[in-house]
Design a protein around this ligand. Sequence first.
Ligand code: NAD
Length: 284
Amino acid sequence: MKIQKVGVVGAGIMGSGIAQVFAMNGFDVVLHDISEERVQKGKSAIEKSLGKFVEKGKITAEVSQAIVGRISTTVSLESFADCDLVVEAASEDIKLKKELFQQLDRIVSKTAILASNTSSIPIGTLAAATSRPAQVIGMHFMNPPPLMRGVEVIRSDATSDATDRAVVELVKQLGKSPVRSRDRTGFVANRILIPMIREAILALEEGVAERDDIDRCMVDCCNFPMGPLALADLIGLDTCQSIMKVMADGLKNERYRPPQLLNTMVKDGKLGRKTREGFYDYRS
Ligand code: NAD
């Protein structure tokens, strides 16, 4: 099937970035969130990001304008009726995502594909909430979507070959590299990344080292591009916490459970870069 119009649910860090990637590649995009304020925040983030591409001479101001022009915003899921593909990028919550998949299934055309950008929730669980499990797939973009090359593609037991082929081709068309994972809680990326972030938080909580030394250890000693605490701030501490809960429950293993320090920071509204305060302070 030919994918021309794409809907994106959730205009947060990932949804806005995913909408930008599609629009940069010529697709018409509808970006959705629960309030006008949130969709506009997402659209501003896209404009800011495109501004950096212009500053670096990667695109012209005219091209940037044309990209923005391909993105419309909505607070109603009904606007997805004529989309060929919807990528769900709402908060990492099983109940919420199941409800969204149920609603989307009712709204979009019979041929449309429903994808989720979930970090950790098995795709089969979301597919089961729809009448079209063969057309449900995981499309796990990395943060920030316009810059990161890899996209995990996750098919559930019910995903059809046609859906899988269409999405793998689409990922390539976006200039990105599809990476396979089976449909297991956390997939590959977070199965490996999240325990590392969790250990870094525990190391801080237990006083093994100070924040900067924990991050510098992984950067300078292990050659990582950024430290795990800085990465947690980039992902969003609420999202890290949600992924850990999904993994602890889904993999039935307490070693994935969120540490107390993380729970306290989330409770205090320190969510990382998105609130300008997390393990680091971004307020100045
Ligand atoms: P975020 O908190 O920045 O944004 C989530 C958005 O979802 C919010 O704007 C919120 O208003 C919206 N939302 C909540 N309920 C909704 C509903 N019913 N309908 C529409 N929108 C709704 O979170 P994010 O980082 O963008 O994460 C979104 C998804 O992407 C999650 O599943 C997350 O696990 C996944 N993900 C995150 C990262 C990351 O680094 N942050 C990377 C890959 C995947």
